[in-house]
Design a binder for this molecule. Structure first.
Ligand SMILES: *Cc1c(COP(=O)(O)O)cnc(C)c1O
Length: 427
């Protein structure tokens, strides 16, 4: 497959952009080679600058749940662009989006819109500290919550891919307020609460981890966290930037029946444009300025284009959507397992509705970061390039999830499995 124009664009980009990209994982450093530069997207397909076509499982890292150029979303953006791009003053549509989210997500009674997932988690942490009057935060190894100082401690996603567990530039004084524990291990959480009584403001996690690859919660884990935090007057924060509107209409909290105090959202909620959000019970959210003293603000927050795209996205998502999405995800996961077994490659496939990950040469059950870290990155990387050359675009890292929507029709899934069969055979 000729990708010479992509290669030339990357060479040029590196002269004016650090590493040639505006977000690290895009650089292909984890998998080797140079990134693909894209030009158009249509439904499930991407076309690159060299005219090659790919089935897309990155979905802009999640937001393209309805596929590229979804007519409803594009039309909503176009209509809003014909009215105004922004006011820095409230609009009725912001309330409409807020009401929609409140009606869909069990843990959200009130919600504040921001511009990214990073802003959402950073603000939720500040609110948890301001509300409880405590400083310590618990997070989990391999979970990624954006790049704010408090949360950039032993994080997943690009840090994991690039092998940067803790970033220079985060002061020890800030990092020391974040306790990092193993995911899916309730005893570790109990021990931390015993060691720091009355000092833990909140526990933040991806309820289905996605930024060390897809790692679902073990049975009882989320309930256990709910119990421990409630008993200690600490807040439970679900970072649903990835899982929100993806694993169920009401997010992971609806799927697993555990309601957190605060929820952060991003990705799907913007329909492909930049939005994040954080929400929770009215009693907690009313601590945010101007209702309360915890300060949080944004010049472009609630941007009318992003809000229009978000409303159009959410209004297309009914329960039937998730029933079919769960079936398609399961079909793909089963097919990948079967093709790998056919070629004698030990492969663990984790999945939850709309997201999946492949772990090569890993334990049969991948339930935490230590398992993920021991999977074969080298084998994944060869599989990744095998798929890319066969026209399937997976996330360029062994530690990221793949994303599906209903535009991944049975024909598209069959084509993906044919490509996988060839890629496994070549490993
Ligand atoms: C992507 C992601 C973030 C960060 O969102 P940005 O919009 O990239 O700032 C935070 N938390 C989770 C779980 C994510 O997947």
């Amino acid at each position: 497959m000729d990708r010479s124009k992509s290669k030339a664009l990357f060479t040029r980009a590196q002269l004016s952009i650090p590493g040639g990209v505006n977000s690290p994982v895009r650089a292909f450093k984890g998998v080797g080679g140079h990134p693909v530069f894209f030009e158009t997207g249509e439904g499930v397909y991407l076309e690159d600058v060299d005219g090659n076509r790919y089935i897309d499982y990155v979905a802009s890292w999640g937001p393209m749940l309805l596929g590229h150029r979804h007519a409803g979303v594009v039309e909503a953006i176009r209509a809003q662009a014909g009215r105004a791009l922004g006011f820095g003053a409230p609009t009725g549509q912001e309330t409409e989006l807020a009401e929609r989210v409140v009606s869909m997500v069990p843990g959200i009674e009130k919600i504040r819109l921001v511009n990214s997932g990073t802003e959402a988690t950073m603000s939720a942490i500040r609110l948890a500290r301001g509300f409880t009057g405590r400083d310590l935060i618990i997070k989990f190894d391999g979970c990624y919550h954006g790049h704010s100082d408090s949360l950039l401690v032993r994080a997943g996603s690009g840090l994991l891919t690039l092998g940067i567990p803790n970033s220079p530039g985060v002061p020890d004084a800030v990092a020391s307020k974040t306790l990092t524990l193993p995911f899916n291990d309730l005893d570790a959480v109990r021990r931390a609460f015993d060691a720091y009584p009355g000092q833990i403001a909140g526990v933040i996690l991806e309820p289905v981890a996605g930024n060390m690859g897809c790692v679902p919660p073990l049975a009882g884990y989320l309930d256990g966290l709910r119990d421990i935090t409630a008993r200690s007057g600490s807040l439970l924060i679900f970072d649903e930037v990835m899982t929100g509107f993806r694993v169920a209409r009401g997010g992971a909290q609806a799927l697993y029946g555990v309601t957190p105090d605060l929820t952060t959202l991003g990705k799907v909620i913007g329909g492909g444009l930049p939005i994040g959000a954080f929400g929770g019970t009215a009693a907690i959210m009313d601590h945010i300025a101007p209702a309360g003293p915890v300060y949080q603000a944004g010049t472009l927050s609630g941007n009318p284009l992003a809000v229009a795209a978000g409303i159009a996205m959410l209004e297309s998502l009914d329960e039937n959507f998730y029933r079919v999405l769960a079936e398609r995800t399961e079909f793909l996961a089963g097919g990948l397992r079967e093709r790998a077994a056919r070629h004698n490659h030990p492969l663990t496939v984790n999945f939850v509705c709309g997201m999946f990950s492949l772990f090569f040469d890993a334990p049969e059950e991948v339930t935490g970061f230590s398992h993920v870290a021991n999977s074969s990155v080298d084998t994944f990387n060869r599989f990744f390039h095998g798929m890319l050359d066969r026209g399937v675009y997976l996330a360029p890292s062994a530690f990221e999830a793949g994303f599906l929507g209903l535009h991944h029709t049975p024909d598209v899934l069959d084509a993906t499995l044919d490509a996988a069969d060839g890629a496994f055979a070549d490993l």
